[in-house]
Ligand binder design. Structure first.
Ligand SMILES: *Cc1c(COP(=O)(O)O)cnc(C)c1O
Length: 397
């Protein structure tokens, strides 16, 4: 047996000494960084493919940091596995690129996160995948549009982006299952704390962790949580084909964010519901779109399928000019103007749905204000909103 010589200094520089972890018990998950994974034997290296999809073979396919976040989201969603991807949009596109092939057809709700429609019209179409947009409130029409032969996926987003309609998820699942069609649901607004689409029968749930899990407007991540292990393996493999992985630093921030998600959601949900109620009926406001309002057409479904409401809701303004809206938004000092909600800072985004919707029977010229409540003092926020509402009510001010 050869005696191991003491390595030279240059070797000592690249080999970290092993230290004891005995007694080191911390609440935090380490940031495990790696591109390379090393193997104990040549045979283990040769057979590394057998470790897929759950084992560690290369940094791109996961680290203990990302797997910890995945396991946590699986547990919250009641999923068999979760995959973390670089953004919410990437979660949706990765799923669709895995399950849809040339000749297939996908159904997207009219109120879907708008970049998903763009993904379909600019990318899926070139893969030979046909897309139809369905009215999330007209299920008989969805039944007619769901084609047993061609339709592979019915996508759901509930509540829908900006216009906030709650879908009848179990009814859509029944339509899909009776035709052998897969369902997926974007659950970003509710998070797994307030809605569990897998329990309602959906096959896969997407969430933009960028929003409430991250919670601090400083990271981009998305997740896919699966009811079925086979589909999980296929998506994992497709992500390897695409060369898509996530940074353990971002996962570490998400692991920190998710610890406070429960209290953050409770707070922003309560303040948003309170403000929505107080704003209803005020001059200049045509409609407050929030499913927790008893006056909302979505209220009954929300009560049936959701355990709470988060901090995002929308105001539809009554016959206001762009100029008057701009002036009213100029009154805001606490709310910032911007998108990508779910952080500690309150946001307002002026939106138009005119070019975005095929079905909603809506006033095409209406301006919508999407509001995301943050963690500032509720009385400071209300004072700020009242200044804006007063300016909207009296454009001559
Ligand atoms: C923000 C958002 C997304 C996209 O998330 P990113 O991480 O910004 O790509 C998807 N769906 C919904 C409902 C969203 O609000």
């Amino acid at each position: 047996m050869s005696q191991l010589a003491k390595p030279d200094d240059q070797t000592l520089c690249v080999q970290h000494p092993a230290v004891s972890l005995d007694g080191y018990q911390s609440f935090s998950t380490p940031v495990y960084r790696a591109s390379t994974i090393v193997f104990d034997t040549p045979q283990a290296y040769r057979e590394r493919a057998q470790r897929s999809p759950d084992g560690y073979t290369y940094g791109l396919s996961g680290t203990p940091t990302s797997r910890t976040l995945e396991a946590q989201l699986s547990s919250l969603n009641g999923a068999v596995r979760t995959i973390i991807v670089p953004s919410g949009q990437a979660a949706i596109s990765a799923l669709m690129l895995t399950v849809l092939k040339a000749g297939d057809h996908v159904l997207l709700p009219d109120n879907v996160y708008p970049p998903v429609k763009q993904f379909a019209s600019e990318l899926l179409v070139h893969c030979g995948v046909a897309t139809s947009v369905y009215d999330p409130l007209d299920l008989p029409a969805l039944e007619r549009a769901a084609d047993t032969e061609r339709t592979r996926l019915i996508w759901i987003e509930s509540p829908g982006s900006t216009s906030m309609e709650v879908s009848d998820i179990p009814a859509i699942v029944r339509i899909a299952r009776s035709r052998g069609i897969m369902t997926g649901c974007d659950n970003t607004w509710a998070t797994a704390l307030y809605c569990k689409p897998l329990q309602l029968g959906v096959d896969v749930v997407a969430e933009a962790l960028t929003k409430y899990v991250g919670g601090h407007s400083d990271l981009l991540l998305g997740s896919l949580s699966f009811a079925d292990i086979e589909l999980y393996g296929r998506v994992r493999r497709q992500l390897a084909n695409l060369g898509v992985g996530v940074s353990p630093d971002d996962c570490s921030l998400a692991l920190r964010g998710i610890e406070t998600m429960g209290v953050r959601l409770e707070r922003v949900g309560k303040v948003a519901a309170d403000f929505a109620q107080k704003i209803e009926g005020r001059a200049g406001i045509a409609e407050v779109l929030h499913p927790a309002l008893p006056t909302s057409a979505s209220h009954a479904l929300w009560q049936r399928d959701f355990a709470g409401s988060s901090g995002v809701f929308t105001l539809r303004l009554a016959g206001t000019s762009q100029q008057a809206v701009d002036r009213a938004l100029g009154e805001l000092q606490v709310f910032a103007i911007g998108a990508s909600w779910g952080g500690t800072r309150s946001l307002i985004a002026p939106m138009s749905l005119a070019n975005d919707r095929s079905f909603a029977d809506m006033d095409r010229d209406a301006v919508y204000l999407r509001i995301s409540i943050g963690l500032e003092s509720p009385s400071d926020l209300w004072r700020d909103l009242e200044n804006m509402l007063n300016a909207l009510a009296d454009p001559s001010r």
